[in-house]
Unconditional design. Structure first.
Length: 198
């Protein structure tokens, strides 16, 4: 087996083992030793791929976010216009909830740690800022194509991201409390009522 392929498989085994350990024990309680044991790798192999447990967590988070990013880009590329893209993106909440559900305890614990550690906070807040910028550009594209009226794209993006994150968090904490996909779509429709060009 080529060295590169073996390295990728080792990294994937570590990530899978870490996701299991973090979900079962939480971020703080999961040890590098247990992750290595579950992955069937040495600590040397672990530290070759990840300088720290924090870096490993961020890799898990970033891998998950890359899937979400790819989905958003695909929806945007296929939609006829920006309002339709926003509606279709709201429909992705089911994927987000199913893929993040088992990781909720890990995410919550890491967010708590972020409040005490500036480096963790910077790494944790970066995706939110990236999504705000994504939606700023999307709203600006809607204004340019004439489907949205001229608005402050920064404020519109903040509202959209706040609605999405709030709905996802509620869905993770109270999965049977509502039809969260429907709730997010209805929220987007309310936003579009004020944004769409007449």
């Amino acid at each position: 087996m080529p060295v590169q392929q073996r390295a990728e498989e080792t990294r994937a085994r570590i990530l899978n083992a870490a996701a299991d350990c973090f979900a079962q024990h939480g971020y703080e309680a999961a040890s590098v030793a247990e992750i290595c044991e579950r992955a069937g790798v040495s600590k040397g192999a672990f530290y070759h791929h990840f300088p720290s447990k924090q870096d490993l967590f961020m890799a898990l988070l970033n891998d998950w976010l890359e899937g979400l990013d790819a989905g958003l880009r695909s929806v945007q590329a296929q939609a006829a216009n920006v309002p339709q893209a926003l509606r279709d993106m709201a429909g992705m909440v089911g994927f987000v909830l199913s893929s993040a559900g088992e990781r909720l305890p890990m995410f919550l614990e890491f967010w708590t740690q972020a409040s005490r550690d500036p480096d963790v906070w910077a790494a944790t807040i970066a995706p939110y800022r990236r999504y705000r910028e994504f939606f700023v550009q999307l709203v600006q594209a809607g204004v340019a194509e004439g489907s949205l009226r001229p608005v402050d794209a920064e404020v519109a993006a903040q509202v959209i991201v706040s609605l999405a994150v709030g709905t996802i968090l509620q869905g993770l904490l109270d999965s049977s409390g509502a039809d969260w996909s429907h709730s997010l779509l209805q929220g987007i429709e309310m936003i579009l009522e004020s944004l769409q060009a007449t």
